[in-house]
Design a protein around this ligand. Structure first.
Ligand code: B12
Length: 234
């Protein structure tokens, strides 16, 4: 039984619960977020809907107050941890287990940047769409990307950056790939809040994706086209 002053999340309507989860994410309430995610799933919500409407939207609100100096790093870290806890519950549900593997991707956040929620989300969604995902984490210098490409031989390299100061590093990675003569062996996808299509093209990527759903579409599309080109060549 809940205490008198403790909110019974299960008693809330869907709409109230989602609003409460935005507030709980804002306050970094990990256990409440976990409970909210479970309740929505039990009520038949699709995992992707829980992810976008409850978690990603909640983090968007956190982002606004962080930008405006109302929230600070320690508080946003708590929000991020609560978000990650919710994502952990959703992850296996987003992954269609027996799906045939459609391709392989190495994904990581660039050097100097420790933001990983968006990257993790893209990885989870790609996993759900049947990709094998090798996540090399955050703060990756070019050497890490090259080593991962060499070791895992993926179809796609994905890079994430959330800071205007770190996004130019994507060009360093792509230029190094060109110097080594391996650029065309991989498709390169880039993403992160401060990027746009134009930036993606300017650094020499094959594609820029605004969000994880677009990343899945683009990755699948690119794999299909690559497959067709190869099939036509034989
Ligand atoms: C959470 C957060 C943090 C957390 C990160 C926790 C974590 N584990 O990730 C903490 C508190 C650590 C943090 C620290 C800092 N942060 Co911060 N942070 C954010 C915040 C609020 C949310 C980011 C987020 O998770 N969004 C939710 C996810 C789902 O969205 P997303 O990351 O954009 O990802 C989606 C797409 O972009 C895309 N995508 C992302 N990556 C990829 C990769 C590929 C391959 C593809 C295809 C697609 C793709 O798909 C994703 C899913 O849909 C943003 C605000 C914002 N508006 O972005 C600020 C923000 C990014 N941070 C900012 C700043 C300034 C900082 C600090 C410098 C603050 C400081 N003074 O110390 C430090 C820098 C630390 C570092 N060296 O990296 C600024 C950046 C400003 C700028 N223009 O550069 C922002 C924009 C806030 C602001 N407006 O001031 N931060």
């Amino acid at each position: 039984m809940a205490d008198d002053d403790e909110l019974d999340l299960a008693a809330l309507s869907d709409e109230e619960l989602v609003e409460q989860m935005h507030a709980d994410l804002y306050d970094g309430m990990k256990e409440e977020i976990e409970e909210g995610v479970r309740i929505l799933l039990e009520r038949g919500w699709q995992p992707y809907r829980v992810l976008t409407e409850a978690l990603v939207e909640g983090m968007r609100i956190v982002g606004i107050d962080f930008r405006d100096g109302i929230l600070f790093v320690p508080e946003v870290l708590l929000s991020a941890n609560a978000m990650k806890a919710g994502m952990t519950i959703l992850r296996p549900r987003l992954a269609e287990t027996n799906a045939p593997k459609v391709g392989k991707i190495v994904i990581g956040t660039v050097k100097g940047d420790i933001h990983d929620i968006g990257k993790n989300l893209v990885g989870m969604m790609l996993e759900g769409a049947g990709f094998e995902v090798i996540d090399i984490g955050i703060n990756n210098p070019v050497e890490n990307y090259l080593a991962a490409l060499e070791e895992h031989k993926p179809d796609i390299l994905g890079m994430s950056a959330l800071l205007t100061t770190t996004m130019p590093y994507m060009k360093v990675v792509i230029d190094t790939m060109k110097e080594k003569g391996i650029r065309d062996d991989y498709l390169v996808l880039v993403g992160g809040a401060p990027l746009n299509e134009e930036f993606g093209m300017a650094v020499g990527a094959d594609g820029y994706c605004r969000d994880a759903a677009i990343a899945v579409e683009m990755a699948k599309d690119m794999m299909a086209r690559r497959h067709n080109v190869r099939a036509a060549a034989v």
